[in-house]
Design a protein around this ligand. Structure first.
Ligand code: ADP
Length: 243
């Protein structure tokens, strides 16, 4: 059988196993300001935390992992796919949850919002309906399916944003400060949701207690990885250094 380029590319992407996200000598600049410099990492642990002061480059790093930002020099490879040239496939593999769910919620009702991603992927209507029902039930949003999304509470909005990513079944999810805007009860709820995910996750956070039980924590400082190890090693080091 002969394949066009597009079919061959899709088949190749599907066949690639989940291996790692690899950063090779990644530097990123906004204009003439360099905010990440020479970062080389291989990420394969199921639970990775990212901490560091404001402005240290965490959010830029997070955005590099699914191609929202591409490196100024160096490369980011997701299971071997270069984010610079294979952005569409990379985004199918790596979902992204923003700090502010309002940045992510774009459709008027809860169910429409969740259906948007899979519809965009071209899935059949019944499959979309099934996935939307599943994910809304999972996050206690089924009773809100026809409600205006903007009337949800802050915690419910963040769950809706997570639902909108999960419904596309990515293999990894990057969270950029998912609990910063939430009260304590919702922070705990979102922490539990993250904990229960079968996907690999990368979580940028200032809530250090979210990281207990994580496999690996990266500490960013001035656009570089200043520490990289278990939470038991890195979190106290960061706290002391900040203190
Ligand atoms: P963090 O998440 O650790 O706060 P960021 O990656 O958001 O760090 O930002 C690193 C630096 O890059 C900051 O000084 C920030 O002001 C700057 N920066 C972030 N995004 C942009 C942008 N789109 N344009 C210009 N500068 C930016």
């Amino acid at each position: 059988m002969r394949w066009g380029r597009r079919e061959a590319a899709t088949a190749a992407a599907v066949a690639l196993p989940r291996t790692a996200v690899e950063l090779r000598e990644v530097t990123h600049s906004y204009g003439d300001r360099t905010v990440l410099a020479g970062v080389s990492l291989t990420l394969k642990e199921p639970r990775i935390g990212v901490i560091g002061a404001n402005g240290s480059g965490k959010s830029t790093f997070a955005r590099l992992l699914n191609g929202l930002v591409v490196p100024t020099s160096g490369a980011v490879l997701v299971d071997g796919l270069d984010t610079r040239t294979r952005a569409r496939e990379v985004r199918r593999r790596v979902g992204f949850v923003f700090q502010d769910p309002d940045a992510q919620i774009v459709h008027p009702t809860v169910a429409e919002d969740v259906a948007f991603g899979p519809a965009n992927q071209g899935l059949p209507a019944e499959e979309i309906a099934r996935r939307v029902d599943d994910v809304l039930a999972r996050y206690g949003l089924a009773g809100h399916r026809d409600h205006p999304a903007h009337l949800l509470s802050g915690g419910q909005k963040q769950l809706l944003a997570i639902a909108g990513v999960l419904v596309m079944r990515p293999e990894r999810i990057v969270f950029d400060e998912p609990t910063t805007l939430l009260d304590l009860a919702n922070t705990r709820r979102v922490a539990r949701v993250i904990d229960e995910l079968e996907q690999d996750v990368v979580v940028v956070t200032h809530h250090l207690d979210l990281l207990a039980g994580f496999d690996r924590v990266l500490v960013f400082e001035d656009g570089r990885v200043a520490a990289d190890g278990s939470p038991a090693e890195t979190v106290p080091w960061y706290v002391t250094r900040t203190g």
